[in-house]
Design a protein around this ligand. Structure first.
Ligand SMILES: [Zn+2]
Length: 432
């Protein structure tokens, strides 16, 4: 279940994007499954084309000339929202498959401390980090949280994102985690894009459970997971599996609970240290995210599975780290790689997928083409939405982003600037 706003006849009109200079279709390849190895750079570019969308779906992709000769289009031209793309680049809307949008305030003290040299672990030990955001979420009403989420969803759309995975994780009580998921649902119902919701009750062990994390894991397994499943508030369950967070055994217990209640799983893995990944593969996780540290044996295993390695270089950038996830190694070994923002108040306060793409190119040596495929079609795979999202083909959802550039490589090149000029979300046009 992914939340998509019901088609609203007043807003969702047929959309005709004409005069597209470069259309990055990311159309399906003969090989099934997520993009790996060389396939990651196949963008399926066609030039001087037009795209017609009806009822929230893409119905045709072809030359502007041919499209204008179409009898249906001729007859209905007045009813259509016609967009002259002026020779610019159009690509599938970005799929941001890893975000933490349910929080109230930025963490400016942590930010400043880090500029003075404090590490992630030192900040957490001093009572900063994830725990700082808990109080705001505990005291805020659902409506306030929903407004915060909705604001960032709009900002994301302004940067070309049309599908967002949104996690809870700053509640860490049954009540606050469910309230966070309800806030995501409320915001999603008011945004034309698509939102996939994830329960991250196991983000960090809360203070009151310090030294008895088993008790907290029990709360996650016996209360949070069943209630989120019963109320259809989440599609995925996520666990932060790392030193200072949850152990591999605890992660397996939570995955077991998720499976029992029919929820799929994904996990934060290898941000601070490597964890052996093979034992988790039996749960068919949709993704392992971060992956700064990963064992050689696991790379070989991952190349044989559809679990996506989701890299979030914004976190490395914002933490001022010298090292980035080994994207080249993963891609060259055949591991399917996606890119996401990891939007969150502590370690990656950016909603910009173009920024993540630029960092992927400059810091992880991904090519611009690989980075764009990782941010679109493989992001869709990471959310199990690849049959609807991440490519521009007839029958797919009408999710597109127009960038005011002539060559797609300009998207990572002009870093820090937002060159997205228009987004189509499930057929609804949003101009910047
Ligand atoms: Zn995260």
């Amino acid at each position: 279940m992914a939340y998509s706003r019901k088609p609203d006849q007043k807003i969702q009109v047929p959309v005709f994007l004409a005069n597209i200079g470069q259309l990055l279709t990311l159309q399906s390849l003969s090989s099934k499954g997520p993009r790996r190895g060389r396939d990651l750079k196949e963008l399926g570019i066609i030039e001087d084309v037009a795209v017609l969308c009806l009822g929230g779906k893409i119905v045709s992709v072809g030359t502007t000339k041919d499209a204008l000769r179409d009898p249906w289009l001729k007859k209905n031209r007045k009813k259509i929202a016609e967009i002259d793309c002026a020779g610019n680049v159009v690509l599938p809307g970005f799929v941001d498959s890893h975000t933490h949008p349910v929080f109230v305030s930025p963490r400016l003290v942590d930010f400043e401390k880090r500029t003075e040299g404090a590490s992630y672990e030192e900040i957490a030990a001093a009572g900063g980090g994830i725990r700082t955001s808990l109080e705001g979420v505990h005291t805020a009403g659902k409506r306030v949280l929903a407004e915060k989420v909705l604001t960032v969803l709009h900002d994301m759309a302004a940067h070309g994102t049309t599908t967002v995975e949104a996690k809870s994780g700053y509640g860490l009580t049954v009540e606050s985690e469910l309230k966070s998921l309800e806030a995501i649902r409320e915001a999603a119902s008011r945004w034309p894009g698509t939102v996939v919701s994830t329960l991250l009750g196991a983000h960090v062990v809360p203070k009151e459970f310090q030294g008895r994390s088993q008790k907290y894991v029990e709360l996650v397994c016996k209360e949070m997971v069943p209630q989120a499943a019963k109320r259809k508030l989440a599609q995925f369950v996520d666990v932060f599996c790392d030193k200072g967070a949850f152990t591999a055994e605890e992660t397996e217990r939570i995955f077991e609970a998720a499976r029992q209640y029919g929820l799929s799983v994904r996990a934060h893995m290898g941000q601070l240290s490597a964890t052996s990944l093979s034992p988790f593969l039996r749960f068919q996780p949709a993704s392992f995210d971060h992956m700064d540290h990963v064992n050689e044996d696991d790379i070989v295993q991952l190349a044989k599975h559809n679990t996506i390695a989701t890299l979030v270089p914004g976190a490395n950038y914002f933490l001022g780290l010298k090292d980035y996830p080994p994207a080249r190694k993963l891609i060259d070994a055949g591991v399917p790689v996606a890119l996401a923002t990891d939007y969150n108040p502590g370690t990656s306060p950016t909603m910009s997928m173009p920024m993540a793409i630029s960092l992927a190119c400059t810091q992880m040596k991904m090519s611009p083409a690989e980075a764009i495929a990782a941010a679109t079609i493989n992001g869709a795979w990471a959310l199990r939405l690849a049959d609807r999202k991440g490519s521009i083909e007839p029958g797919r959802d009408a999710d597109l982003a127009v960038f005011a550039v002539k060559d797609y490589r300009e998207i990572p090149y002009w870093f820090g600037a937002n060159l997205c000029s228009l987004t189509v979300l499930n057929g609804v046009v949003s101009r910047q």
